[in-house]
Design a protein around this ligand. Sequence first.
Ligand code: NDP
Ligand code: 8X3
Length: 255
Amino acid sequence: MRFTGTVLITGASAGIGEACARAFAQAGARLVLTARRRERLEALAAELAQAHGTEAHLLALDVRDREAMLATLGGLPAEWAAIDVLVNNAGLARGTEKVQAGDPAEWDEVVQTNVNGLLYATRALTPGMVERGRGHVINLGSVAGHEVYPGGAVYCATKHAVGAITRGLRMDLLGTGVRVSTVDPGMVETEFSVVRFRGDQARADSVYRNMTPLTPADIADTVLWVATRPPHVNIDEIIIKPTDQASATQVHRTA
Ligand code: NDP
Ligand code: 8X3
């Protein structure tokens, strides 16, 4: 698949965001890569420049920082300002505690990242898309936006919110030529579970034990496919799960 436009990806330093950067680079895109860990973005950009001659603009940004997000993404240098695709990917979960035992500071982190951050990027970049009469917002939702599971109330609430924002934004942008999609994965092996379990690698590994999860490249391939449909085609939403997963709580394991 070829794609020669400019793509801005939040959370490009790891997992699905990093894989999206690789997929779009291979397709021929120019990239604006954002995350907090600048050194990871620098290493990725150097690798993609070498492999594909990819041009990249790097931004160390915390998506929860409203002022920085609006000012930085709203004021991109002229040669990077015309974003064709925004991939709203930065996100996380924290723990699986019941609400009555949860940590409100962690709820703030999850809600502010998964919901507010997505809204700030969208608010900063969609006016330019409307002005140009084209553009595409692709959100990373989740099966957690379609189901709720024990210990997942807050994370699932944020991903339900991503689904609602996706649908509402599509209505708001109707008639502008700007497309809005959500790609909603099940289990993908990334740093997601290490982050969720606060650095406990063994617990994170157990999530994917004796089953075959999706890879970040599987999701990136889907995001690239969504972005490369003809301009009159809007893929509203895709749910993509491992063959070994039937629902958020039903996973086939070989042992
Ligand atoms: P990773 O933990 O591997 O990557 C998360 C990315 O988000 C990192 O690049 C991280 O960058 C960035 N990020 C997190 N918080 C912030 C912040 N405050 N500001 C800026 N960037 C931030 O997870 P995944 O790749 O798995 O997750 C990507 C998206 O996919 C998330 O929205 C997640 O909810 C969703 N998803 C994941 C699934 C899975 O099973 N893995 C399934 C369904 C959906 P840095 O730390 O450098 O800032
Ligand atoms: C991540 C998948 O099932 O851990 O969105 O919520 S799950």
